[in-house]
Write a protein that binds this ligand. Sequence first.
Ligand code: SAH
Length: 246
Amino acid sequence: MKHLMILLWPAVWLVLGTDAPVLADDIADAHSRMIRTVKAMAQITPIAGKKHPISIKVLAAMGQVKRHKFVPRVRRSLAYENRPLPIGHGQTISQPYMVALMTDLLELEKGDTVFEMGTGSGYQAAVLAALGVRVQTVEIIKDLADEAKARLRELNYSHVTVRWADGYYGDPENAPFDGIIITAAASHIPPPLIAQLKPGGRMIIPVGPKFMAQQLVLVSKASDGKVTTRRLLPVAFVPVTRTRKP
Ligand code: SAH
């Protein structure tokens, strides 16, 4: 019997595989391991040539958000790995380190408002909400927008508003924003988004060609309205898609 089990184990694993129920303790362990990995990655990743540790408050926010609730059921066992994962429709939930870094670079305060272009699973928006900010997020794929809206409602993220729209135009009704985050690769920085950034605000955006390395760019608007950009590091994001030309 024992031998039979040993022989059959790979087959059992293949059938149940990643969809097997995972114990709450295992999830909690994997979650804290993910936070440690994010911290460790910050130690070895130069941002514009300098080390950039992730702030305690961003790590705490990531510690609160259950990433396994944002990935498809069949990928749950990988939810706390430090890697992007497919979420359907050819899109991905970003790597946890990238979520931490982009969130940290926005330098947000409780009560700030943020616009996100590219809701995807809703995970990034949930991390922002866990920091105590209000999030307006838009997603261009209707199914993903609907799923994220339902997921965030079920998980009680009441400070996140999800809309199905082309994020290129931002959200003039709720602008200006303290922070703007674009979680897909853009060929250029959308001018409507620059216009919707508050003086003193920051935008973080991957800029570059489709399906090749892009640069993560930090856009800062000074209190006098002057805009500066800084390239921070090479990244790889799914491309921004458009419904219509600007
Ligand atoms: N922030 C997401 C990851 C998103 S992947 C998360 O935490 O899961 C990038 C997303 O941007 C995809 O879902 C893609 O459909 C969306 N996207 C691409 N172009 C867009 C556009 N013009 N407006 C809004 N969303 C867009």
